[in-house]
Structures are given as structure tokens and as C-alpha cells.
Design a binder for this molecule. Structure first.
Ligand code: SF4
Length: 398
């Protein structure tokens, strides 16, 4: 398995390959040529055809302010369907260029260079193998992860956590209608402020966590900076619960970072053995994975044992099995935003069950991951991010 850093990518929503990858590429290229006074970026293939609508140019310019972005829809015979040519100039002279590919999930590869995201970091391929090592060496999951990854991981998780918090805070303050023509109004702020005088503690918790999930998902839909966890469409679930545990329940940041590491390894197992792509396996692969990662993170934060963490992740995925991807108008708004909030609450319920029932469980995490993958492959194409079925077809707007 690869580094868990590649599960968490920071960039503009709403698409990991069309906005997060290009943003990441622009940041990387810009850092290579700090002396440049002008940048030009040419987009090819899928990025040239759909990048305008997906906000690829905006994402690149937010990382490289003032960059010229061109859409070349003519060039064929590309090394990758999502190809970008980055050029740096100084005083009118070209001082450097790289072809960079957005290879999915927000990851990039620079032509002629190995991608950090593709290097094998974990020889283990399944959760069962990880569980065995942790037991044999008396390690908890976070300790195992830190031993396997390089010493940059902790700092990277800190950056990820800062970006998650920023997205929650920005989303809670923002108002207005999201772009794309559906007329969906932002709701996070209203939900956060809508306290009833006789609200129970449980209702408050669910309302506040849902508001955090809305906040981040609305930031994604508005093409602002989010963190894939594991995708843009499902980016609100994990930050919602972690932010609540930190800001409202007082869990320290050090422990939140460990919990993010645990969520990362769960996302990594799913990505390795199944898929985190709605286009490949439906929304179970996106929201189901996010729910599973969040349940594991929360269980770890509560100090539950590794069996309870595994069971929480398993429950969270099991009850998202079969979840279809049918975004209305192809926008990551309906049902996506609300779905993030529901998944955050489901992650909490999964932990509550696992805490008490883990010794009675029958299904392993690896088994549910395999089931999700096979279910996804069996799914009619209409329900795999084509917007040809489900809500996308039924909803006519009003
Ligand atoms: S419905 Fe589709 S686009 Fe929306 S969150 Fe789920 S997988 Fe992503």
C-alpha cells in the first residue's frame, strides 16, 4: 500500500482529478521556479473538455496567481487523459517546463519522475495483515502507521488538519446560493445557529456535527479549498466529526492527528482492495469509505481497542453498501452535501455499536471492503457518477 498522505489531498473542490490534482500540480511547479515572473498552463484531454465547468482554471490560479490557463481541445495522442503543460518564464524567456498528469484522487505524476504517491510504503495489503502485526508487536494502529511512514507524516497531518478546520470555519460563515444553476442555498450557518431553547444534548450534537459537514461540503461545491477524505464529494464527513470532538468536546489536537492517521489507513485499505471512486463503484465507495474512515478515527480517539476500531469501520461501510452515485445535474450538491451530514451521524452510531458488540461480530473489515467492490462493479452504470439515473433523472427542479 502507498503512503496515507495520498488519501488526504488539499485543493479546490469539487473534483479530485479536475481541481485538487491541478491545484497540487500548480503548487509543486510554482515552488520549483520561485524566480519566475509569469506562468502559463495548457490543459489537454479531459481537463480541456470539462475543466472549464469543473473550475480547473480557477484551481490553478488559486495556487499560481496570475497564471495564464489555456484549453487545448485539439491535441490527441496524450500520455494521460488528464495532461497539463506547465511553463515558467522570466523576462520573456522560458526558464522551465513540466508535463504533469492528474492521475486520480488528487494525486499527480510529473513526467519522467517517480510519483511519491505511487511508492509502496506498506508491504501489508489488507487490514487482517495489519491487525496481525499490531498484535504481534503490541502496537496500536497509530503507532504502527508512524513506524511505517516517513518522519514527514506528522507535519503533513497537521497541515491537513489545519485545512480541514479552515474549511469548517469558512463554511459556517458563508451564505448565499451555490454555483451551477441548481439554486441550492448554503445551509451550514443556519443549521449551526438554529438552536431550540429545549434542545437535548443529543440533538445539539447531531445538529452541530451536521452543520460542520454541510460547511465543508458547501465549501467543496463552491470550489473552495478542502481536503479529500477520501474524495472531494465525501470531504465533509471526517472533518465534521473531528472538529466537533476538538472544538466542542475538547479532545487535544495531538490525539486528533493520531485519529486522522487511523482514518488514513482505513481509506488506504479500501483504495488498495476496492475503490474510492464514485465513477467506479458508486457512492458507497466515496461516502461509504468516508463513513468508515470517520468511524475508525472516532473509535481510536475514544481509545477503543483495535477490534473495536475495525468493527466500527466495518459497520460504517456495511450499511452504506449499494449506495448509488446520482448527483443532480452532475453537480456535487444533491444528494452529496446532505449525504455527508448523514454519514457523519452514522459514523458515530457505528462506534457506539462497536464499543459494546465487537466480541459478537461475524464480518471482518476486509470482507466488507471486498463486498463493496464487487457490489460496485455489479452496479448499473447509471448509478456510477453518470447522472443518468436515480435522483439525477427524477428531479426536475423547482
Ligand atoms: S453521489 Fe456521487 S458525486 Fe455525490 S458524493 Fe456520492 S459519489 Fe460523490
Amino acid at each position: 500500500m502507498k503512503t496515507i498522505k495520498s488519501v488526504y489531498k488539499i485543493g479546490n473542490g469539487p473534483s479530485s482529478s479536475h481541481t485538487v490534482g491541478p491545484y497540487h500540480a500548480a503548487k509543486t511547479f510554482g515552488a520549483r521556479f520561485p524566480a519566475a515572473d509569469r506562468f502559463c498552463v495548457t490543459l489537454y484531454g479531459s481537463l480541456a473538455f470539462t475543466g472549464e465547468g469543473h473550475g480547473t482554471g480557477k484551481a490553478i490560479r488559486s495556487a499560481l496567481p496570475g497564471a495564464q490557463v489555456l484549453f487545448d481541445r485539439e491535441k490527441a495522442d496524450l500520455p494521460h487523459p488528464n495532461t497539463m503543460l506547465f511553463e515558467a518564464f522570466r523576462g520573456g524567456e522560458r526558464i522551465g517546463a513540466n508535463r504533469i498528469f492528474s492521475i486520480g484522487g488528487g494525486s499527480i505524476r510529473i513526467e519522467g519522475e517517480p510519483s511519491e504517491d505511487e511508492i509502496e510504503v506498506y508491504p501489508q495489503k489488507s487490514f487482517t495483515e495489519i491487525l496481525k502485526i499490531c498484535r504481534d508487536r503490541s502496537l496500536n494502529l497509530a503507532q504502527f502507521i508512524y513506524r511505517m511512514e516517513d518522519d514527514q507524516l506528522r507535519a503533513y497531518l497537521k497541515t491537513v488538519w489545519e485545512a480541514m478546520k479552515d474549511a469548517v470555519r469558512r463554511g459556517l460563515c458563508a451564505e448565499g446560493v451555490l454555483p451551477g444553476g441548481l439554486g441550492v442555498a448554503r445551509k451550514a450557518k443556519t443549521l449551526y445557529e438554529k438552536r431550540c431553547y429545549n434542545e437535548s444534548a443529543d440533538v445539539t450534537m447531531n445538529r452541530v456535527i451536521a452543520a460542520y459537514a454541510y460547511a465543508v461540503s458547501e465549501e467543496n461545491a463552491d470550489e473552495h479549498i478542502v481536503v479529500t477524505a477520501p474524495t472531494c464529494g465525501s470531504c465533509g464527513v471526517l472533518p465534521a466529526v473531528m472538529y466537533y470532538m476538538h472544538a466542542d468536546r475538547g479532545f487535544p489536537e495531538d490525539e486528533i492527528l493520531d485519529a486522522l492517521a487511523v482514518a488514513g489507513i482505513i481509506g488506504n485499505v479500501i483504495r488498495t482492495n476496492a475503490s474510492i471512486s464514485g465513477a467506479q463503484c458508486g457512492c458507497q465507495a466515496e461516502i461509504g469509505s468516508a463513513c468508515s474512515m470517520t468511524a475508525a478515527a472516532l473509535a481510536a480517539l475514544y481509545g477503543l481497542n483495535i477490534d473495536q476500531i475495525e468493527y466500527a469501520a466495518e459497520i460504517a461501510m456495511e450499511h452504506n453498501l449499494g449506495l448509488t452515485c446520482d448527483p443532480v445535474k452532475g453537480l456535487v450538491q444533491i444528494p452529496c452535501i446532505e449525504r455527508n451530514a448523514v454519514a457523519a451521524m452514522r459514523a458515530i452510531s457505528s462506534v457506539n455499536l462497536s464499543r459494546f458488540l465487537y466480541s459478537t461480530r461475524k464480518i471482518s473489515f476486509d470482507e466488507v471492503v471486498t463486498t463493496m467492490y464487487r457490489t460496485g462493479l455489479d452496479m448499473n452504470e447509471k448509478y456510477r457518477e453518470t447522472s443518468h439515473g436515480g435522483l439525477a433523472q427524477i428531479y426536475q427542479g423547482n
